[in-house]
Ligand binder design. Structure first.
Ligand code: ARG
Length: 396
């Protein structure tokens, strides 16, 4: 095989380290790229590791604020929960990582791009679709875990062979970013049993949560969270803060059966305290502001947006159309939501918006506006006409 210049999307973990060594073994030049999307890794150590394993050049790209301001903000606007449960963390970050890797590939005049995705997951779809879109579908993509069916044991063997510490066999496969901690593998693959407590890092179990509740006030502007407890805050900082404080009160765990893009079901466990908090608050505020028709239409937009993102079709033109619709539908979603977090549960306690069409005067039985009996019955008669006429017509 001709020696190539390969850009590797590098996490510093076992699989991508084995890939780096494999590519070097085959005589290729390797440039590693680690994109920071808020995973709490020691980025300096990852860089040193890449060089120690023979990387020609290493890029650490800080994309945390971009991830929050361009991508997480849209996920909030869309109340994005895949199959009503998963806040999409991994799915939201992969295209951004792929975009950064593609840019390095172009800047470095690379011949190929490599990544560590398996052949059974969604991430390969998200990576490859983005890379093909940005680099052309004949650009070479190397995915050794998928193509050689590299097992964790084999990866450990490759590290040991080259004199690196293969580490211990980790029980779980974790993917972490600002928005979500995704946990797969180990006992989680048995859908009939609960995950072990050691699977969790961002949340305590509700039994261990403090006896005092946590009260929060989240301010939104045009659908985007902009303040916490009255203090203006960038989205990335707010998410970090809520992951800590809300997670410490035992809220933010998810356990569900998920339908992957590639045709199989998997049992997935996540931690996402900030994501679930902000989506609950946002969804509540929308109900205060939007008309019932806007709300029902928006559920369609939300679910289509969420599915497109999950399925890795970031470059699908419909995605931009849906982005535009979400911006427009969020134009007046400005206001404040009060929340209470207590031993693993979250409740909305109040909401306020200058654009609210809720009126206490109108809803009050005694003091407010009241339709006349004639107005009310006239309305009901005409309103129910279709249904009554059709049900009569269908009687045998
Ligand atoms: N099921 C999730 C998704 O497809 C999470 C994937 C997590 N990946 C991982 N390597 N653990 O978005």
């Amino acid at each position: 095989m001709l020696a190539m210049r390969v850009v590797l999307s590098y996490s510093g973990g076992l699989d991508t380290s084995a890939i780096l060594l494999l590519l070097k073994e085959q005589g290729h030049q390797v440039i590693t790229v680690t994109v920071d999307v808020g995973q709490e890794d020691e980025l300096k150590d990852i860089e040193s590791k890449a060089y120690a394993m023979g990387a020609e050049k290493h890029y650490t790209i800080n994309a945390v604020d971009e991830f929050a301001s361009k991508i997480i903000s849209m996920a909030v606007k869309a109340n994005a929960l895949y199959e009503k449960k998963y806040p999409l963390g991994t799915a939201l970050a992969r295209p951004l990582i792929a975009e950064k890797v593609a840019k390095v590939a172009l800047d470095e005049g690379a011949d190929a791009v490599a990544h560590g995705c398996t052949g059974k997951g969604n991430d390969q779809v998200r990576f490859d679709a983005m890379l093909m879109g940005l680099l052309g579908d004949s650009f070479k993509i190397i995915a050794p875990v998928r193509d050689l069916k590299l097992t964790r044991e084999q990866s450990m063997g490759i590290l040991a062979k080259h004199g690196f510490d293969p580490g211990v066999h980790k029980k779980y496969s974790i993917d972490e970013n600002l928005w979500t901690r995704s946990i797969e593998g180990g006992e989680i693959d048995d859908p009939t049993v609960p995950p072990g407590e050691e699977a969790f890092q961002w949340t305590v179990s509700p039994e261990k949560a403090p006896d005092e509740p946590l009260f929060l006030e989240v301010g939104f502007e045009k659908g985007v969270p902009v303040s916490l407890n009255g203090v203006g805050m960038g989205l990335a900082d707010m998410v970090k803060e809520l992951n800590k404080t809300v997670g410490a009160h035992g809220y933010g765990r998810i356990d569900h059966i998920e339908n992957r893009v590639v045709g199989l079901k998997s049992r997935e466990v996540y931690e996402a305290p900030a994501a679930l908090t902000l989506i609950s608050a946002h969804e509540d505020l929308e109900k205060m502001v939007l008309t019932p028709r806007e709300l029902r239409f928006k559920q369609i937009v939300d679910s289509w947006w969420t599915d497109l993102v999950y399925n890795g079709l970031w470059l699908e033109p419909l995605k931009q159309t849906l982005d535009n619709a979400l911006d427009s539908l969020n134009e007046y979603v400005t206001g404040t939501v009060k929340l209470k977090v207590y031993k693993g549960s979250l409740t909305v306690q109040g909401r306020w918006s200058e654009y609210s069409s809720y009126s206490e005067k109108v809803i009050d039985y005694d003091k407010g506006w009241y339709p006349t009996g004639e107005e009310a019955t006239g309305f009901i008669k005409i309103y129910s006409l279709h249904s009554i006429a059709a049900s009569k017509a269908r009687k045998p």
